[in-house]
Design a protein around this ligand. Sequence first.
Ligand SMILES: Cc1cc2nc3c(=O)[nH]c(=O)nc-3n(C[C@H](O)[C@H](O)[C@H](O)COP(=O)(O)O)c2cc1C
Length: 179
Amino acid sequence: MVAVDDYYKLIAPRPVVCVSTVGKNGAHNIAPFSFCTPLSFSPPLLGVAVGKGKDTLRNMLESGDFVVVPVTREWAKQAIMTAEPLPYGKSEFELAGLTPIPSKVVASPSVAEAPINIECTTQDSFETGDHVFVVGKVVHVECSDEALKKGRINIEELGTVGHITSGEFTISSEAVIIE
Ligand SMILES: Cc1cc2nc3c(=O)[nH]c(=O)nc-3n(C[C@H](O)[C@H](O)[C@H](O)COP(=O)(O)O)c2cc1C
């Protein structure tokens, strides 16, 4: 028997991304999220459900932008370290040994160690239970050549990280054809 509150542990693995933001005071913030999904092709929209009271949410709403960074094998450990709940204004970049670099379009920083950085402006937000669902419009995508294979993410090379529950993850590097 599974408690209804544990439903999300049965929808797994959920792709893990980091969301990078900047505060009003200029301080960088980064944290991992697995409640993240594409929402629309045109315009290109995605959504992230962020728990109320989190620094990421405050920054996404206050600054009006954020960067979604798909987590891959090379920097997985550092990405998960950024879940540490530091006081507002303290940067998890430093704690995890990650390097914030200027993004191309938005004010929130990109992650130097990550092969893919997806820059978004905050388009909308609404409460979904104990989370707030933030809708972002993708305004720029930075992607290294090695991160791409036939126009999609090169999971064979990068290994994409998925969350199961607590400290359990998957790393996917195999594509199968189902016809
Ligand atoms: C793999 C993983 C996935 C997570 N997914 C989410 C999520 O989808 N939504 C959420 O609110 N918190 C999620 N968290 C927890 C946040 O990362 C954590 O609360 C973090 O401290 C928030 O940081 P902030 O206060 O700087 O925004 C996740 C944590 C981990 C390790």
